[in-house]
Design a protein around this ligand. Sequence first.
Ligand code: CP
Ligand code: NVA
Length: 308
Amino acid sequence: MTETDPRHFLDVDDLSAAELDEVLGLAAEYKAEQQAGVLHDDLDNQTLGMVFEKPSTRTRVSFETGMTQLGGHAVFLSDSDLQLGRGEPLKDTSRALSRYVDVLMARLFDHEALEEIADYADVPVVNGLTDDAHPCQTLADLLTIQEHTGGLSEATVAWVGDGNNVAQSFVIGAALAGIDLTVATPEGYEIDADVIERAGELGPAPTVSDDPAAAVDGADVVYTDVWVSMGQEDEREEKLAALDGYQVNDDLLADAADDVAVMHCLPAHRGEEITDDVLESDHAIVWDQAENRLHAQKGLLVWLCEYA
Ligand code: CP
Ligand code: NVA
């Protein structure tokens, strides 16, 4: 890495604990100021390129809106519209886009493809979700937990369900933030061992189990995500069978804290990983969580473009 190399955000541990704190601090400031009607032009004249190989509601709209609110602009680029869809190599796409945009966000299947984009980019590259990680989601999750509990290091959190991309970045972020985390995943769908190891080097390692009831016992926050992620449609029956018993429902939450907060990165599949009753209950903080994507990413974009 040379002095001129940009900082990338491919997973949460591309930030140190102190840097994560700075980004979350900026996010909280932008949120408070937006609520007070204060306008900003911190990214005046700057452009975010957004490459999508998978669909998105929250990521696309929060990034695009965030850039507008910061005085900048975002360009939506689906892979089928780019020459990438006709076989132009990633490294060429990355170098060409770097000559136009100030920051690049990509939602891809393959995490290594994102790493290749970052290797060739002259501008910061942000992970908008890969099969392995969803670190922008984690920033919003941490902001949300901070708002709804006594503080990150005070929170007891349980992840229940698939050990997927959202879970993996959350494990890393929770360790960096000092969260007491228990992860309950079924056999065959655990968090990758190297993610648990990385987390343990950054902070408190999560307690890993296959027992949802034990994980949720006394938890302040219970977090889940879909059982069949984008691109896993062929594994649907197998995954539904493995995850049977991991649904976040009223029975499972009976032994959680009385005021337990329930999180979901969305989109949710009611009747699979979570019941409609729980999602529509006062325990669910999923809309604050979704809103916080906007504030967290404004903090991240300004940090990457102006501070890093
Ligand atoms: N949580 C999340 O990333 O949602 P989208 O797939 O709608 O972007
Ligand atoms: N795990 C889900 C997250 C969607 C935001 C998926 O990858 O489809």
